[in-house]
Design a protein around this ligand. Structure first.
Ligand code: RUQ
Ligand code: CUA
Length: 634
């Protein structure tokens, strides 16, 4: 490439020069191509052929019809959903609507989904951040993925056998659930999640302008029942959280130790905290009835504030507005990421019992504080002793050795930084394959970059984010894929495909539609074959079956003003033959998978003929899969 200074400063040029890493990338592909035996100058066609050969030879390529090695569960951020991404192909395999509404599946519209959403059924948006899978003895067990909704203070659960949301809980007495992780050992009995914002308690109009009375809490949810187990009052604002590998401790990063309300107020202190919770001590107190409650809520609350001097918490000072907290897969360390400090803080988990016993001081648990670069946000591990920390401001990932950082803290002269890799741009979370479990396998690292700037064709003022895939299997990190994504993958987790076993078709006794089946029984309808209209006053229930390419009913009559519920049971047993049911002009749309029952309720608010049809392409006669609703004037 010619020196850009020789050329006029046109747009094209400017953008090339601004693309940091461009030269590096060209050099790398040139080297690969050279390895294929080309020499001298290539024609553009030769170059393209060589480049595609180089791609095909790479072991990261997943060809058409081949399967990925990992399931990735991606947060959809303020789109409110969760996405399943195949790794390493980075193909989007599925979207799981959670806190959003979804036109294709009818999530948020069907009776089954409204029942699952419960008290928040009429909330149509959400801000999903942290998807994490349940574990048994520190290994992923393929059962559930949990995810928070910061916006409406909810936690949802996805059942991995059907890849659908099956539970949702609004967490009481707190505002904005942010960090979320699961208990790793002995199994995921609890989901841990942080209430971020401090509010009056109860938040019923009292103490509006007296922030000294505000507080927030650490929240513990029973993973199986998805009901609150207990809450812990804390100082400051909780950010992220993680759990240890003994089952006894969890920890949250905590900023705003100043307990200020404005930005300037919250930035004064040089150090904030890592709050460590002794889950066993809290469980014991709750069992013994030593707790309070807030307002109308019955959830047990214990006081873990500093001034309470309890056995429930310890506050370890760490610099400065720490953000991510990550447990190393060997179970030895918590790593708190400094955000406004160029450091991360390594805390030895083995020392926590002594801290809780009062034998050592808070800072005595700190065994390392390596300086990595500007804006450290999150750290991931490869299971070989290396850590990878995102540097938001530097737009880099720093690879460093945990043990070397600890030796350096003791005064030895060692260079703990192994490599810094440019990413594009401003990374937030990063994650390694299996890296949050004992099975960290050090194959791939994902950098979830908040800005893509010039990496893709422009999509106007709103640009995609950029999820970059990095090969970490060798001694150096290698960037291998740019992946544009819609708002906003905060966080993800990658689990080996051997751990996840989805069903091929629904089973008729699935709890997701159990209530609908119960109602049918009350109505005396056999869902597996009967087509019937049942009227009670102005409430009409229309039961119909579907087998490609027919609905069990080609027409039904209702009266103007009726409340109509359509219940469709898909009798097909063939994998991948999903039907849909939509009613024209009524905002009615839902998925009906093989052997699934789905139902939806709407008002027949205009007289006339309305065609319903199947909107999920199912058969050569899919277009013909339809019928009429006749709405009589009265
Ligand atoms: S946070 S960019 Cu919502 Cu997970 Cu760190
Ligand atoms: Cu059934 Cu399309």
């Amino acid at each position: 490439m010619k020196d850009s200074k020789d050329k006029p400063e046109n747009e094209e040029n400017k953008s090339k020069v601004s693309r940091r890493g461009f030269l590096g990338a060209s050099a790398a592909s040139a080297a690969t191509i050279a390895g294929l035996g080309f020499s001298g100058v290539m024609t553009p066609t030769e170059f393209a052929e060589a480049a595609s050969k180089a791609r095909a030879n790479s072991h990261h390529t997943v060809g058409p019809g081949e399967l990925d090695e990992y399931y990735g569960f991606w947060s959809g951020g303020h789109s409110g959903e969760v996405r399943i991404i195949g790794v390493p192909s980075m193909r989007e395999l599925m979207r799981i609507p959670v806190f959003n509404i979804d036109s294709a599946t009818g999530w948020g519209l069907t009776n089954e989904s409204k029942l699952i959403k419960g008290d928040s059924a009429d909330i149509l948006c959400g801000d999903a951040h942290h998807p994490h899978m349940s574990m048994t003895d520190g290994h992923y067990d393929g059962k559930y993925v949990f995810i928070n909704d910061k916006l409406n203070t909810r936690v949802a659960r996805i059942r991995c056998d059907v890849m659908k949301t099956d539970k949702m809980l609004t967490v009481p007495n707190v505002q904005a659930i942010h960090g979320l992780r699961v208990q790793k050992v002995p199994h995921t009995k609890y989901v841990y999640c942080n209430g971020e914002f401090r509010i009056p308690q109860p938040n019923d109009g009292r103490d509006l302008n007296d922030p000294t009375k505000y507080f927030t809490m650490f929240n513990v949810i029973d993973a199986e029942s998805m009901e609150m187990a207990f809450q812990v009052i804390v100082d400051g604002n909780l950010d992220n959280t993680d759990a240890d590998y003994t089952g006894r401790f969890a920890a949250s990063t905590c900023y705003n130790s100043e307990e200020g309300v404005t930005l300037a107020e919250t930035m004064r202190n040089e150090r904030d905290w890592l709050v460590v919770y002794d889950i066993h001590a809290i469980e014991k107190a709750v069992k013994a009835g030593k707790f309070t409650t807030i307002g109308d809520s019955k959830v047990p609350v214990v006081d873990g504030r500093k001034k309470a001097k309890s056995q429930f918490t310890r506050y370890i000072p760490v610099p400065k507005s720490p953000h991510g907290i990550n447990t190393s897969p060997d179970g030895k360390y918590f790593v708190a990421n400094g955000k406004l400090s160029p450091t991360v803080t390594i805390i030895e988990i083995d020392k926590l019992s002594a801290l809780f016993a009062g034998k050592i001081k808070e800072r005595d648990t700190v065994v390392g504080e390596p300086e990595l670069g500007l804006g450290p946000l999150h750290t991931a591990f490869d299971g070989r002793g290396n850590a990878y920390t995102t540097l938001f401001i530097d737009s880099q990932i720093a690879k460093w050795s945990v043990e070397d950082a600890i030796r350096s803290y003791k005064g030895e002269k060692v260079n703990y930084i192994k490599q810094k890799l440019d990413v594009h741009y401003q990374p937030g979370h990063n994650h390694t394959t299996m890296g949050e479990t004992r099975d960290a396998d050090g194959k791939y690292l994902i950098s979830l970059c908040k800005f893509s700037k010039d990496r893709f064709l422009s999509t106007g003022p709103l640009k995609p984010e950029n999820d970059q895939l990095i090969d970490i299997s060798g001694s150096e990190m290698k960037l291998i894929h740019d992946g544009p994504t819609f708002a906003e993958p905060h966080d993800c987790m990658m689990v080996h495909r051997s751990k996840v076993k989805p069903k091929k078709i629904w089973t008729r006794d699935d709890p997701i539609f159990a209530e609908t089946v119960k109602q049918a029984k009350k109505d005396g309808v056999t869902l597996e074959g009967e087509n019937k209209v049942i009227r009670k006053g102005n409430k009409v229930r229309v039961y119909m079956t579907s087998i490609a390419p027919n609905f069990g009913m080609s027409e039904f009559n209702v009266k103007l003003g009726d409340e109509v519920t359509v219940i469709v049971t898909n009798l097909d047993r063939v994998e991948d033959v999903t039907h849909g049911f939509v009613m024209t002009q009524h905002g009615v749309s839902m998925e009906v998978g093989p052997q699934q029952t789905s139902s939806i309720t709407f008002k027949a608010d205009k007289p006339g003929v309305f065609w319903f049809y199947c909107h999920w392409f199912c058969h050569a006669l899919h277009m013909e899969m339809r019928g009429r609703m006749l709405v009589e004037k009265s």
